[in-house]
Design a protein around this ligand. Structure first.
Ligand SMILES: [Zn+2]
Length: 240
């Protein structure tokens, strides 16, 4: 477990992670504008400052990219009329008061929350839970479908929600899929499923691997690009 501390440095806040088994300095810029630096347990602060200065152009470029993304995908307020992507289609949020435990579901082109009045935080949690439940069910059915088609089956299938990891496959053949994909268009979701199942045959990203992916997900290049460009559209589901 890394030790984390916050350092103020010029205009930035640095989230510093000191790790026992790390020797070099590394940095990442994360939404909504966090500069995370990791280093060894005893790296002096002046080395960290020098490292940040050496990489200042890269950091500023990344920060600018994040500002643009924040404008393109502003944080959700969970107000009626706001739109939420569900399998790539935008659903308008509708709140319908009823004397019941609040629940979310899709009704035609709406994401409907029925039940007793809720706070913004409750709506956020209810909607995330709804996506998680739908995501698990739907991804499981897609994984079963492609496992049959591709004649490859995972040892174990599990579901997660890391913010930028869509799927993974272990060398033991365990596949994990990100349920937040429920917000993405279905060809994109299918591409991730096909990608991970293809790893059961090719545990690498070789030419043979991509040929297998292309066989079952012909538009895989576009779907990959969609994920790279729109991953933040799925971030409203990150907290859970
Ligand atoms: Zn891969």
């Amino acid at each position: 477990v890394p030790q984390t501390e916050i350092l103020k440095f010029q205009d930035f806040e640095i989230e510093l992670q000191r790790r026992a088994h790390q020797r070099s300095l590394r940095l990442r810029v994360l939404p909504p504008g966090i500069l995370r630096v990791s280093c060894a347990r005893r790296t002096p602060k002046r080395d960290i400052a020098r490292f940040v200065l050496q990489n200042i152009d890269f950091i500023e470029k990344q920060m600018a990219r994040i500002r643009v993304q924040n404008e393109k995908f502003p944080p959700k307020k969970y107000q009626p009329g706001e739109t939420f992507p569900f399998l790539g289609a935008l659903k308008k949020l509708a709140l319908i008061e009823e004397d019941s435990r609040p629940r979310a579901r899709i009704e035609k082109d709406q994401l409907v929350l029925r039940g007793r009045p809720t706070t913004m935080e409750e709506r956020e949690a209810l909607i995330s839970k709804f996506y998680r439940n739908c995501g698990r069910k739907y991804l499981r059915s897609r994984a079963e479908f492609y496992a049959k088609e591709m004649k490859l089956s995972p040892q174990k299938l599990s579901f997660r929600s890391q913010s930028s990891r869509w799927g993974s496959c272990s060398s033991q053949g365990n596949i994990s899929l990100n349920w937040r994909l429920m917000a993405a268009p279905s060809p994109v979701l299918d591409y991730v499923v096909v990608h991970e199942i293809a790893h059961l045959r090719h545990y690498n990203h070789s030419r043979a691997f991509w040929d297998l992916v292309a066989e079952f997900s012909p538009g895989y290049k576009q779907n990959k690009l969609w994920l790279a460009e729109n991953q933040w559209a799925l971030d409203f589901l990150a907290k859970q």
